[in-house]
Design a protein around this ligand. Structure first.
Ligand SMILES: [Zn+2]
Length: 284
C-alpha cells in the first residue's frame, strides 16, 4: 500500500490494550486512544500487567511506533487560574510518563485557551512556560508531547504552525512534535481546497523545520471555512470533500506522517472500517 498509515481513535474502555486488540479488525494501521476518560481528571487503576498486555497487542497488530494517546480535554495549560493550570500540568506529566511506559509515539495535547475576554498572547506565554516545566518533570523516559492546532474558538492558543512552535520553544526539540487536524485548519481559515494547502505546508516547514506534522487528524467537517467551529465528520462527508481527500492522499509529502480519524466509531467500529476503506480507495 502506498501513502500514509491510516487509522483511527478507538475506544480503550476496559483497558488500554483493548484499543490495540481492536485495531486489526477495524483495519487501523495507526491508532489513537485515551489513557483516561477524556472528561475526567482522575485516571482509573492500571493493572500491573497493563504494559505487557498493551505491547503484546501492539506488536500483534503491527502498530509499533504508530500508537498515540490524546490527553484529556479538561487540561488547560494556558489557563489564567493557577490551580487549574497546575492541575493540568500534573495530569499531563502523568500522561506523558504512562505513554512512555506504553511505548507510545506521542501524546496529543490541545494547548489550551485564554478564556472569554482573555489575552491570547499572555495565555500562550503561560502555556509555553507550563510546557517547559511539564516536559522536564516528565523525564527522559516519557513520550513526546504533540501540540495540536486549534480551530481558534474562544481564545484558544496555538492555531497556526508558528504559534504552535512558539508554545514548545522552552522544550528540547526531540521531546515535542506537531499534530494538525484538517477540520480545525479549515475552521481556522486555511482554505485547504485552494491555496491554503501549500501555504499551510510552507508554514509547517518554516516553523517546525519538517515538511508535514508528526500526526494528522484526518477529519472532515460540516463547519464553514474560517468559522472557528470544531466539528468532525467522516472524510468526504463534509466541506473538505472527496476531491480534497484525493489530492491530500496523492501528495507524497503527506505520507510521511500517520493519520487517525476522530469520528464516532459505530457498532463494532463499523463506521471506522467504512471510512478507512473509502480513504484507501482514494489513494492514487
Ligand atoms: Zn484533539
Amino acid at each position: 500500500m502506498s501513502g500514509s498509515r491510516l487509522g483511527a481513535h478507538l475506544s480503550a474502555a476496559g483497558g488500554v490494550w483493548r484499543a490495540a486488540e481492536a485495531a486489526p479488525a477495524a483495519t487501523c494501521d495507526a491508532l489513537q486512544l485515551f489513557l483516561r476518560a477524556p472528561g475526567r481528571w482522575a485516571a482509573g487503576p492500571s493493572p500491573a500487567d497493563e504494559v505487557e498486555r498493551f505491547t503484546r497487542a501492539v506488536a500483534a497488530a503491527g502498530l509499533d511506533r504508530h500508537c498515540f494517546a490524546h490527553a484529556p480535554y479538561l487540561l488547560n495549560l494556558a489557563a489564567e487560574d493557577s490551580s487549574l493550570r497546575e492541575r493540568s500540568c500534573r495530569v499531563l506529566v502523568e500522561e506523558l510518563q504512562r505513554a512512555g511506559r506504553l511505548g507510545l509515539a506521542g501524546v496529543v495535547l490541545h494547548p489550551g485557551s485564554a478564556g472569554v475576554g482573555g489575552d491570547r498572547g499572555v495565555a500562550a506565554g503561560r502555556c509555553r512556560d507550563a510546557l517547559g516545566v511539564v516536559v522536564e518533570q516528565a523525564g527522559s523516559g516519557a513520550a513526546r508531547v504533540l501540540v495540536e492546532g486549534a480551530a481558534g474558538a474562544g481564545g484558544q492558543v496555538g492555531v497556526t504552525p508558528a504559534e504552535l512552535a512558539a508554545l514548545v520553544a522552552g522544550c528540547p526539540r526531540e521531546r515535542v512534535g506537531l499534530c494538525l487536524d484538517l477540520a480545525h485548519l479549515w475552521a481556522a481559515g486555511y482554505d485547504l481546497r485552494g491555496d491554503g494547502w501549500e501555504r499551510l505546508l510552507e508554514e509547517v516547514g518554516e516553523a517546525w523545520g519538517q515538511p508535514v506534522p508528526d500526526l494528522w487528524h484526518g477529519n472532515d467537517t460540516p463547519s464553514d471555512l474560517g468559522s472557528r467551529r470544531d466539528r468532525h465528520t467522516t472524510p468526504g462527508a463534509g466541506q473538505l470533500g472527496e476531491e480534497f481527500f484525493r489530492r491530500f492522499l496523492a501528495d507524497e509529502r503527506v505520507a510521511a506522517a500517520p493519520l487517525v480519524l476522530e469520528i464516532p466509531p459505530g457498532d463494532d467500529n463499523q463506521r471506522v472500517r467504512e471510512a478507512l476503506a473509502r480513504l484507501r480507495c482514494w489513494l492514487p
